[in-house]
Ligand binder design. Sequence first.
Ligand code: FAD
Ligand code: DLZ
Ligand code: SF4
Length: 507
Amino acid sequence: MKTLRLILGDQLSHSISSLEGHDKVSDTVLMCEVIDEANYVKHHKKKIAFLFSAMRHFANELVELGFTVCYIKLDDTTNTGSFFGEVKRHQQNGSYRKIVVTQPSEYRVLVDCQSWQDKLGCAVEIRPDDRFLSSPEDFSNWASGRKQIRMEYFYRIMRQKHNILMAGNQPVGGKWNYDSENRQKPNVGLTIPAPFRSSIDSITQQVITLVSDRFANHFGDVLPFQFAVTRDEALNALKQFIEYRLFYFGDYQDAMIEGEPWMYHSHLSFYLNCGLLLPMECVRAAEQAYYDGNAPLNSVEGFIRQIVGWREYVRGIYWLKMPAYKAENFFEAKRNLPDFYWTANTKMNCLSQCVTETKENAYAHHIQRLMVLGNFALLTGIDPVEVNEWFLIVYADAYEWVELPNVTGMILFADGGYLASKPYAAGGSYINKMSNFCKNCAYNVAQKNGENACPFNYLYWSFLAQNRDKLSNNYRLTMMYKALDRMSDDKKKAIEHDSQLFLASLA
Ligand code: FAD
Ligand code: DLZ
Ligand code: SF4
């Protein structure tokens, strides 16, 4: 049957299910750059350039393999600007009898696709996305009937199911999780390898020009551009990570150093999330490095846990809880996102550094997102809608399925503790321990109150005090509430006074 096969911008895998059974004589692959996708939130310039370039390269690869590809560029005069508009136009012009698409990664796009069959009067087949290690159904079965779900237990099952770092039915090394060995402070004098850099070819150059012209008012710098835009380049980025960074990944997983945005992280999320890399090949490459004696267990297990554990777990939660998850706001937080999330113009050095690096690279590593940018949003009660939008815009790896659970569940605890067992809230001493940001800050991290005190210090206690009714029953916070209760009234008054003054200054 003459079939139109739609491939979305985050489905750039040769093994994508929508290509199964493809007939090179009668079928056409449709890929389209559409303004609706580029503008539904105003994505970082580098993110748009990365995806458009990767899409164009992928389309060329399919052509070389003998597929008939119809690639619609953003500036094509006939471009209708939406997935539905493009599918309708091509289905009608080409008299296709069927449309095939792999399940979109985001709920809003899935709902759109589900309406096409009725609107077009043509069969629309939505196939499972089998690039993940756990299907939404598997996850739902695992989660059903559990009062509380936790990543750690899901992760163990995934390790067993896929036989990853296993010795028989026991974890290699005797422990499932080496997180406690993954918290080294940033040491002075570390030689951090340079991140992967691709060279800009003519396709990427054209896209950079397009993005600079059409999306000038979007956040972020398009140059320098260094992302891999083909599978071969992404495989090189993976190889480079395994050879040069994986060894210290575990030790310095939580560390932050001023001027070192990349640390020992893998920087593979961009490629995993758009399909240039597959999760299992990254996992097996790391596992092999351990068996070959090239990387220690705390690093290898830590890296694998992020992919097999966290990545799959947040996706499971997304599909289990959407669309209601998007409206979660446990703390009823209402504050607007402060302007410095866009400008980096704040005296708080940690925040200023993380926003600046985000603007330059469309990347910040996990602890910057969690314990600096996220922690501040949590403690100051910023509206989850605004926080989610910011995180969806600014990172080149951001798609709602992975961004939303990390923001709503992990940093804001806006789901009331479904994803995480306690809020990841912390005062300045955590940031000071895990980074060198405080040395160059206008505020004093050791000072708890007063004009020069680190705002994280009083905001932390004020957050606990303000949300006592919602949090004091959480057994993981018992010690903190005891500490709060031991404080003198004057101390508590000072905390509230400083917090109110600071929060008023944000407006
Ligand atoms: P590494 O530290 O090298 O980790 C290896 C891989 O593990 C990553 O490439 C990623 O695929 C996976 N991973 C690690 N942590 C997580 C996690 N918590 N959830 C899902 N996958 C994970 N990740 C995204 O891919 N897209 C997002 O939009 C996104 N938004 C986030 C927002 C917040 C507030 C927080 C706290 C985390 C977010 N993350 C997101 C998770 C994590 O921060 C990024 O995956 C990671 O920083 C990407 O960099 P890396 O490839 O160097 O990761
Ligand atoms: C993020 C993004 C952007 C900016 N532009 C496009 C596009 O023009 N065409 C496309 O196919 N995909 C794009 N994407 C990725 C999509 O948003 C992503 O594939 C869907 O959200 C998946 O549900
Ligand atoms: Fe951030 Fe506080 Fe340290 Fe300044 S003193 S860098 S605000 S943690």
